[in-house]
Ligand binder design. Structure first.
Ligand code: SF4
Length: 342
């Protein structure tokens, strides 16, 4: 392993990026609106899932002004299936802030960016680096992995974050946007969590973990507690080929989205007072959210619950913009009824 400056590392990395960069729709230019939209969508979501949503949003809302002026229900509907719905609500709020406070121009300081809904330290750094070429390190799980290996940092995550960021910073002094995206691509294609392809890596000559043959041991992660479980009922109410959907309250998990009516999601199964006549179908579905694991038992119900109900035709219910957990429930109900989900 030869000693090498950050400047040479960045040069080797960028030469590799020139030849191997992924052709992604948000990379056609570095307009801050596109960078921001893609970064919000990519939080907790994979690139192949995000691509069609990104294109749909650009088509429906070509500028931050279009997004700010759109009804929030349209944005929620277009977001359906992408998960983590607070991102969609914040997207709308943020667009209104950018239009109202900054005349539609994204601010170029970290402090101002952090004042915008849904923009945390990671997204602010990504915008500053990619859209404005400023020397900020957007440290996500991918960059953490490359940094831990390249500089052989064995401090467990998340405590290691400042150390990893500081170690990467010298690579970001020039062309920060390209360096950030090159590291993202390197982490996805070469410096993968398992079996990194070090022989193909442009940084192999300076990588300490490779030299010590311990790449797969890094990064070290603090052991995570198991996710708690929550339990509830989900109700199928059908009348004359129409299905009752609930518009969920605006705040909280899946807020503002359409779903099937449910009981509370709690430590044990418990019907609300209006659902005591519900009949269990014997099926259940499971869904994993960020902070808990949900188990829902399926029930059919004749009574109409005292919540905000919207009736939807049975054959179009899966096209109504339901979050994934409710799509699973609808498919399970339909399979139980021997109907093919559309
Ligand atoms: Fe990752 Fe291997 Fe490259 Fe080091 S040499 S950065 S471990 S792919």
């Amino acid at each position: 392993m030869k000693p090498m400056s950050a400047k040479t590392q960045a040069k080797d990395l960028l030469a590799w990026y020139d030849r191997h960069k992924r052709d992604l729709p948000w990379r056609q230019n570095t307009d801050p609106y596109r960078v921001w939209l893609s970064e919000i969508m990519l939080q907790q979501t994979t690139v192949p899932t995000v691509v069609p949503y990104f294109l749909k949003f650009l088509h429906h809302y070509p500028s931050v002004f279009d997004l700010a002026n759109a009804p929030v229900e349209n944005i929620m509907r277009d977001w359906a299936g992408l998960g983590y719905y607070s991102r969609a609500r914040n997207l709308h709020k943020a667009a209104q802030q950018i239009v109202g406070q900054f005349n539609g121009l994204f601010p170029e300081t970290e402090k101002e960016l952090l004042g915008i809904a849904g923009i945390g330290p990671y997204t602010a750094s990504a915008l500053l680096a990619i859209a404005f070429n400023k020397p900020y390190v957007p440290l996500d799980g991918n960059l953490e992995r490359v940094a831990a290996r390249l500089f052989n940092i064995a401090t467990p995550l998340p405590q290691a974050k400042p150390e990893l960021r500081a170690a990467l910073a010298p690579l970001f002094t020039h062309n920060a946007g390209d360096v950030a995206q090159a590291l993202m691509d390197l982490a996805t294609a070469i410096c993968t969590p398992k079996k990194p392809k070090c022989v193909l890596c442009p940084l192999q000559k300076t990588c300490v973990a490779k030299a010590q043959n311990r790449a797969e041991e890094l990064p070290v992660k603090a052991t995570k507690a198991e996710k708690p479980k929550r339990y509830g009922y989900v109700y199928w109410i059908e009348q004359k080929s129409l299905v009752a959907l609930e518009r969920r309250p605006p705040k909280g998990l899946l807020g503002g989205m359409l779903g099937l009516p449910t009981s509370a999601w709690a430590e044990k199964f418990e019907h609300p007072a209006w659902a005591h006549s519900a009949a269990e179908t014997g099926q259940q579905i499971e869904h994993v959210f960020t902070h808990f694991h949900l188990i829902l038992k399926l029930c059919s119900l004749k009574k109409i619950p005292p919540v905000s109900i919207e009736w939807v035709a049975l054959e179009t219910v899966l096209a109504a913009g339901l979050p994934t957990v409710f799509k699973k429930a609808v498919k399970a109900f339909m399979t139980g009824k021997n109907q093919t989900p559309v």
